[in-house]
Design a protein around this ligand. Structure first.
Ligand code: ATP
Ligand code: MG
Length: 333
């Protein structure tokens, strides 16, 4: 039996370069050797978008197109729409009783995001508990491995705790997952913020047309002290170099550029020109495949419907085991 992978994305916008290096690349690489479930987490997206359900709805197709464009193969990988698997919501309710509010408030990613979103005292309850619903996502499919960016490590940790606590209180029926963090664990934003994110408006999308990509790169944050071409520049924390590290296959050219930049004499314009070329080489085929798939919306819906049905079956098996472990199998048949 193949081991299981689960990952997902919030349909809050199309996917970006950060998703690619943080998770998509590994999913494509591993989809043949693992049973792969990919969750479009619309319920989780609603935890901070309750007033914009149309945004969540519209982005389901965008995210699905991005998957297909980067090479997710719906014949081997199962794409599931979260809200159409109510078993996940039910698991969430059971898990919530074995997690404390204090533990949730300590989750570093949730803490950072609450600050970024400026909730103040008005944190939606669903947002605070989203790590628990993520634990339900992961365990519903019995995932052994979760390929995620670094920001998600606290979620996997919390999931492992829930699995262990569930085993201690009831029975060991859940699979304890492990995170798979890639070589580039966190891609910074074009504004220099430490994470490229849909919600922060600092992303280069996989579907951005060439002129937008060029404009975004030209406007990218670099070393603010590197004012004149001859000034020595800093490479660390300079997102232009982080992107070259992630996407430029010619590592010799990149290290030569870094050396030159540090010494002084290499202008930001030149480095950015290189980055635009590198990104175009990467994005052009993705864009082309995306527009091919976009021609047939009915086929996308068929893929989503079929994947979701298969996902429900898997989640239903876990839920039955959970209910039995909790002695909630009242009718016993
Ligand atoms: P939102 O702002 O709505 O939360 P997001 O851009 O953070 O969106 P998610 O859908 O929350 O994207 O993340 C999906 C997956 O992509 C997660 O595994 C996450 O770790 C990964 N990921 C997202 N952004 C980055 C990034 N900048 N670098 C590395 N991985 C990332
Ligand atoms: Mg996120």
């Amino acid at each position: 039996m193949k081991k299981v992978i689960l990952t997902g994305d919030r349909p809050t916008g199309p996917l970006h370069l950060g998703h690619y290096v943080g998770s998509l690349q590994k999913r494509v690489e591993l989809q043949q050797s693992y049973e792969t479930y990919i969750l479009i987490a619309d319920m989780q997206a609603l935890t901070d978008n309750a007033e914009h359900p149309e945004k969540v709805r519209d982005n389901i197709v965008e995210v699905a197109l991005d998957y297909l464009a980067v090479g997710i193969d719906p014949k081997v990988a199962t794409i599931v729409i979260q809200s159409l698997v109510p078993e996940i919501a039910e698991l969430t309710m059971y898990y919530l009783n074995i997690v404390t509010v204090a533990r949730l408030q300590r989750n570093p990613t949730v803490k950072t995001e609450m600050k970024q979103k400026g909730f103040g005292a008005h944190v939606p309850a669903g947002f605070l508990v989203y790590p628990v619903s993520q634990a339900a996502d992961i365990t519903a499919f019995g995932a052994h491995l979760v390929p995620v960016g670094e920001d998600q490590l606290p979620m996997i940790e919390q999931t492992r705790e829930i699995v262990q606590d569930f085993a201690r209180i009831y029975q060991p029926v859940l699979v304890e997952p492990e995170a798979l963090v890639p070589k580039v664990p966190r891609l910074p934003g074009i504004d220099g913020q430490n994470k490229m994110s849909k919600s922060l408006g600092n992303a280069i999308y996989l579907s951005d047309p060439p002129d937008i990509v060029a404009r975004k790169v030209k406007g990218m944050y670099t070393d603010p002290k590197h004012i004149h071409v001859d000034d020595p520049g800093t490479v660390e924390g300079n997102p232009v170099f982080s992107y070259l590290d992630a996407f430029d296959h010619d590592t010799d050219v990149v290290s030569a550029m870094k050396q030159h930049y540090r010494a002084g004499g290499l202008g930001d314009v030149t480095v950015k020109k290189r980055l635009i070329e590198v990104l175009e080489g990467f994005l052009e085929p993705i864009r082309r495949r995306r527009s091919e798939f976009a021609k047939d919306p009915a086929e996308i819906m068929r893929i989503l419907r079929e994947g979701t049905m298969k996902g429900r079956t898997a989640a239903g098996r876990t839920l039955a085991n959970v209910r039995r472990a909790m002695h909630l199998d009242y009718y016993q048949d």
